[in-house]
Design a protein around this ligand. Sequence first.
Ligand SMILES: Cc1cc2nc3c(=O)[nH]c(=O)nc-3n(C[C@H](O)[C@H](O)[C@H](O)COP(=O)(O)OP(=O)(O)OC[C@H]3O[C@@H](n4cnc5c(N)ncnc54)[C@H](O)[C@@H]3O)c2cc1C
Length: 508
Amino acid sequence: MSKITCQVLVVGLGPVGATLSALLADLGVEVLAIDKSSDVYPLPRAGHFDHEIMRVFQQLGIAEAILSHTRVATGYEFRNAKGEVLFGIGSDGTLASSGWAPSYMFNQPGMERVLRDKLVRTSSVRLQMNAEFKSLETSARGVQVTVSAQTGEFVVDTQYVVGCDGAWSPVREALGIKLVDLHFDEPWLVVDALPKPGCRLPTINLQICDPARPTTCLPLGPGRHRWEFMMRPGETSEQVLEDSFIQKLLAPWNADVEIDRKAVYRFHGLIAEQWRKGRVLIAGDAAHQTPPFAGQGMCAGIRDASNLAWKLASVLKGDAAADILDTYQVEREPNVRSYIELAIAMGRVVCTLDPEIARKRDEEMLRARAAGKQAIPLMAPPPLMGRAVLASTSASGEPFPQPIQGRGEETVRLDDILGPGPWLISRTMPKDLCGVRVTAVTIDDRRLELFRATLDEWLSGHNAEAVFVRPDRYVFGVGLPANLIEAWRRTLSSDNHTRAETMTPIIS
Ligand SMILES: Cc1cc2nc3c(=O)[nH]c(=O)nc-3n(C[C@H](O)[C@H](O)[C@H](O)COP(=O)(O)OP(=O)(O)OC[C@H]3O[C@@H](n4cnc5c(N)ncnc54)[C@H](O)[C@@H]3O)c2cc1C
């Protein structure tokens, strides 16, 4: 049997596997990415992503290309059967802290093709399509993976495997990892349509909480519109997928559209018990699944990729001990859970078929809204915890903002100025970087001229002399520059007794 060697085998080239492969390759890691299909998944799926995801695309140099498949989301409303607004999230056009619009609507296959084009242009990634993961064997030295391709089976000899192989994840199965059920499971019909010229449709995202037929209505990327219809008890997939059935559902919308794609899904919430077993990890839908009401399933997977890429690259370069990989699930799971809990809370509001329960829900939500309260609490996800952040310091584990200057094509963003890898942004330069690979700049640095006032304000607001920003743009910690360098060095080292979490607090 033929053998291929690589540093990381990525199984599955959905949005998560493609993002992870691209991030790893940009960090100099030799990646082999395989997928059992030849093209991107054709059926309707994600329609929304947020500003943090756009920042990851910016890091990959594909933000402009992705933008052509998006439109900025202008609002999200839950309305009852009478059209009254029960709950709403507005957008006043202000940019989010990541330097991008808070939310984008998009066409998933278009976005996935941009990611794959990037991979084709990237020399340290090899792509093997029509290649199916079959089994794996781990040893102290690495992992041997058997792959079945059209030309026969081959073995991949690799140091790490990441299963980004979706909800049914054969990699997760091979590891014997169980899913924890978060108790939400509802069947929905999803229809993507191409509006004809002159067709007028809602321009904000809507949940129509009508117990007769809960319905989602979303303007997707340019020239596309999405409807999702909750299936009623007794309806079958075959029945609801009939064009004549769909036309009846669309009739109240007076929509002159061509039906492009349709599918039936069960919307559910699940989390894998374990995301790493030695040299094998799982990410994206393989590790967690959420109902789509918060538009966060793919976003969560891309955050996994961003969290994992620098850790894997650091281990493979010898800059970090392998147990930094244990911080992956510790950091990501609470963040994922908070989004799944929000989506389930939204889903419980939407997926109400009993008219009496719906009537009481409407009364309560209208009362809350009249009192100026959000009936569905929107809370920021918790900051990252664990030993890869300095939990004792201000802002640690929170995303570091990306200041921007200018407009349109003239826009300048901090991440493009400072580039990849960790940053130390400080009022004074430490005497010695102690061999730590970091972009160290003082706020007087000429490159930071456009952002000096914002960075100065941020440091003052956190009473800090310096901030250390991780490669995934989360704050490692604030404090004195020399102490931050030393804390980062110890965090990456394998010496458990001198890790950041056990150090005395760093006073700025
Ligand atoms: C109706 C709907 C609406 C959604 N809306 C949103 C939204 O608005 N926002 C959002 O963020 N998310 C949304 N999601 C979720 C989002 O689509 C998924 O979270 C995302 O596609 C998961 O990406 P992934 O790369 O983890 O997995 P996938 O996209 O499923 O990719 C897995 C890949 O693995 C490959 N594979 C599987 N088995 C093997 C094997 N044995 N060998 C090799 N390759 C294999 C598959 O061919 C596939 O290409 C929605 C989902 C649905 C269904």
